[in-house]
Design a binder for this molecule. Structure first.
Ligand code: PLP
Length: 414
């Protein structure tokens, strides 16, 4: 309560924005994830890895737009690509010169995506991947995992789905349970190779390999939701594991920071979208090939986030996690994740599934969030960090020092 009060005292303009926006937005909000009590920050500007709020405070942005902000706020290559697209005109009402090369670049990096289709968000990509799987198999059941987040209409927590979820026949299993039952009734197994929003909890190779084997045995399509994890290497987590899913969904940073999603995979599954076929299935979408996304995404993948850049960014994340976990050694706190995705858990043991992660005291996570804001560092309220390419040694040192100070201030309590 004290931390919230201090926060409110320091952010009067953010409060004003929040109250004014509530006139036409429910609770002043259009992205649920951004709300936190007593009111969220109003951000006015960003540059590199830094943002400024309405009250003039500067923050190192370690939220990294929940992994979508990989290029930072103002990467010159991304800015030039967007400007180029603007100069050539938007809303061209036709195929452009960009979408073919962009799709080819993605397919070259993630070879399991033999053919792919663009969407406007990760939610839409997963929605279409599931629809494709049910159509392909003629089955209705979909296996998902507790703590899994696949978009605003595909969210699973506490053993049940959210009220707005799509009406598939979902069966919710425990993440990281290699003994999970898969039968001939399943159209698809939809899984994040690292539970992202659910706490940056890596899927074990044993678990993910078991899903691959059982899906094949029972004729279900294995869908890897790599919307977040595609950043973990040039070819996503599937390349690191050597597992080939039937379908993959991507989103977030791959659109260069613009609205983006894509789903794709096995040629025999995806070629039904070829509109010249007599039995073609339609997948329209006004903004599927919007030129801002296509231009920024293509430039980002080919000129900025090269395979070597991916190795370097994720090595930075691994080194940071190691430093942080050295600070928390012996305390009920742990930084989970892989590479450039991290999350703090106020637990004695690293969690392996959502129920274990839920065992932590949520007040500690909120305190961590508010305390770090006061120290000039913005992490996601749920305790997640996604590094951008703009985050350097200075910011990693600053973050490590802030965590050390947070822990020191709570010695004897934690
Ligand atoms: N899948 C995963 C793993 C995600 O983390 C998210 C977003 O956080 C989505 C899908 C949905 O993507 P979008 O917010 O672009 O709809």
């Amino acid at each position: 309560a004290e931390a919230r009060e201090r926060y409110a005292g320091k952010n009067p303009k953010s409060r004003e924005r929040y109250e004014a926006a509530a006139a036409a937005l429910p609770g002043g909000n259009t992205r649920s994830v951004l709300y936190h009590p007593p009111f969220p920050l109003g951000i006015v500007r960003g540059e590199g890895c830094r943002v400024w709020d309405a009250d003039g405070h500067e923050y190192v942005n370690l939220v990294g737009e929940y992994t979508a902000g990989l290029y930072g706020h103002s990467h010159p290559v991304i800015m030039a690509a967007v400007r180029r697209a603007l100069d050539d005109g938007i809303n061209l009402s036709g195929h452009t010169m960009l979408e073919g090369p962009f799709a080819a670049a993605i397919s070259a990096r993630i070879p399991s995506m033999e053919l792919l289709r663009f969407t406007n968000s990760g939610t839409e990509a997963n929605t279409l991947a599931l629809a494709t799987a049910t159509l392909h198999t003629g089955r209705r059941k979909v296996l998902v995992f507790d703590g899994g987040y696949h978009g605003s209409v595909l969210s699973f927590h506490g053993g049940h789905g959210d009220p707005l979820n799509l009406p598939h026949e979902f069966v919710i299993a425990t993440y990281n349970d290699p003994d999970v039952d898969i039968t001939d009734e399943y159209a698809a197994v939809l899984v994040e190779p690292v539970l992202g929003s659910g706490g940056c909890i890596p899927g074990t190779p044993e678990f993910l390999t078991a899903l691959r084997r059982k899906a094949t045995e029972h004729g279900a399509l294995l869908i890897f939701d790599e919307v977040m994890t595609s950043r973990l290497s040039a070819g996503g987590r599937q390349a690191l594991l050597g597992i080939t899913p039937d379908l993959t969904t991507i989103g977030k940073y791959i659109g260069g920071g613009m609205s983006f999603g894509a789903f794709g995979g096995r040629r025999d599954v995806m070629e039904r979208f070829d509109p010249s076929r007599p039995d073609a299935v339609a997948h329209p979408g006004t903004f599927n090939n919007n030129v801002l996304t296509m231009s920024a995404g293509l430039a980002g993948l080919t000129e900025v986030y090269t395979p070597a850049a991916a190795v370097a960014l994720n090595a930075r994340g691994d080194a940071l996690r190691e430093r942080l976990n050295a600070l928390t050694a012996g305390l009920p706190a742990h930084f989970s994740g892989i590479g450039s995705m991290l999350a703090v858990h106020f637990l004695s043991e690293p969690p392996t599934n959502a129920a274990a992660a839920d065992g932590a005291d949520p007040r500690l996570r909120e305190l961590f969030f508010l305390d770090l804001l006061e120290r000039g560092i913005h992490v996601a309220r749920r305790g997640m960090v996604a590094l951008s390419l703009a985050v350097g040694d200075t910011e990693c040192d600053q973050f490590t020092a802030a965590v050390e100070a947070f822990l020191a201030d709570r010695r004897g309590f934690l």
